[in-house]
Design a protein around this ligand. Structure first.
Ligand SMILES: Cc1cc2nc3c(=O)[nH]c(=O)nc-3n(C[C@H](O)[C@H](O)[C@H](O)COP(=O)(O)OP(=O)(O)OC[C@H]3O[C@@H](n4cnc5c(N)ncnc54)[C@H](O)[C@@H]3O)c2cc1C
Length: 314
């Protein structure tokens, strides 16, 4: 690890102003950032790291009217354990409880989870060996290379790396809003590919909190190779909004979590075994599989059906 100067921020506004500088990065739990720095997989190395953990009041989980407001520094484990979240945003509690491992959940924050960089072995290759499309290069190496974990729903911003954050589909399905130092962004729009980032944050823009509408009925499912600790091969969140419309979002199938509107159409008349099956079929009706990832299609189909059936059977 190369040396850097460590600055302890006192307010999020101070941290955002510092983060606008080119040679500065921010750190929350550090579970993602420190690995990328150790491996030197990015095209640059920061001279300064601004620590958000010293900012007071950013780790709360509070009920505010019809919403749950979660600070960017709230730990994944605290969200998973929160009675408030478990009762009113079950999909998010389930997503946090399935992310990474117990130790990472004790350090990793919600802000860090939604801002973590994509998991792709070309993008994250040590010593920045592949200047891939996400880094501004001409090529996505997964297209011709080893793409077993990559997108099955097409390309975004020239990149085929699949989104790997477990909280993302849950927040999108629940209709959450990401509150940054500059604006409010619907979760469904937040996670678009944007250069090195896995979201649309601008330079010097930081996540302050996440507002999640209280939702009576929502679920999250994940399929990973190892159950104890592993990124999702596919994950899925479903949530029934106040107008009883079911939102279905697939993760790890595309560079950002993807709302499955055709699958939602299939359950408009109600969720049954047959309509949940039809929703699963609709979700994978337009796949663009790569040379090594066709196996993910059946997993996505099954996960959509399984998550929907949990909405009516539990
Ligand atoms: C072995 C391993 C397994 C994992 N498995 C999973 C998994 O199964 N599912 C899953 O979802 N994740 C998984 N992760 C990722 C893990 O959940 C994230 O590393 C963690 O949530 C990041 O939170 P953090 O607070 O540690 O972020 P940090 O590492 O501190 O930061 C991550 C990134 O977000 C930026 N950032 C942090 N906070 C903010 C903010 N408030 N505003 C703007 N930018 C910010 C940082 O600059 C950095 O680029 C895994 C990680 C590891 C190492």
């Amino acid at each position: 690890m190369r040396p850097f100067k460590h600055i302890q921020a006192s307010t999020i506004e101070e941290a955002a102003a510092l983060a606008a500088h080119e040679d500065v990065m921010v750190i929350a739990g550090g579970t993602d950032l420190l690995g990328t720095l150790k491996d030197e997989c990015l095209p640059y190395y920061p001279n300064y790291i601004v620590d958000l953990k010293t900012i007071p009041g950013l780790a709360s989980i509070e009920e505010q009217g019809d919403e749950i407001v979660i600070g960017a520094l709230a730990k994944l484990q605290d969200i998973a354990d929160s009675e408030l979240v478990r009762t009113h945003a079950q999909a998010l509690a389930e997503a946090c409880s399935r992310a990474a491992s117990p130790t990472i959940r004790q350090m990793g924050t919600l802000g860090g989870n939604i801002c973590q960089m994509h998991r792709c072995w070309y993008f994250r290759c040590p010593d920045n060996r592949f200047v891939c499309a996400r880094k501004g290069g001409k090529e996505c190496y997964a297209y011709k290379g080893d793409n077993r974990y990559h997108s099955i729903l097409g390309i975004e911003g020239g990149c085929l790396a699949a989104s790997s954050h477990d909280t993302a589909p849950a927040l999108a399905a629940l209709g959450a809003t990401i509150v940054t130092t500059a604006r409010e962004i619907p979760a469904e729009e937040f996670f678009a590919a944007n250069g090195l980032r896995s979201n649309i944050l601008e330079n010097g823009e930081l996540v302050k909190k996440v507002r999640v509408p209280k939702t009576a009925n929502s679920r999250f499912e994940k399929f990973a190779l190892r159950k104890s600790i592993d990124f999702p091969l596919v994950n899925c969140a479903v949530a029934e909004d106040a107008a009883h419309q079911v939102h279905i979002v697939l993760g790890a199938c595309y560079p950002s979590p993807k709302r499955m509107t055709e699958a939602e159409e299939a359950v408009k008349g109600g969720i049954t075994e047959a309509s949940a099956q039809a929703a699963g079929d609709a979700a994978v009706s337009k796949v663009m599989v790569l040379s090594k990832n066709e196996y993910k299609v059946e997993i996505a189909r099954t996960l959509v059906k399984r998550t929907l059936l949990r909405l009516i059977n539990e």
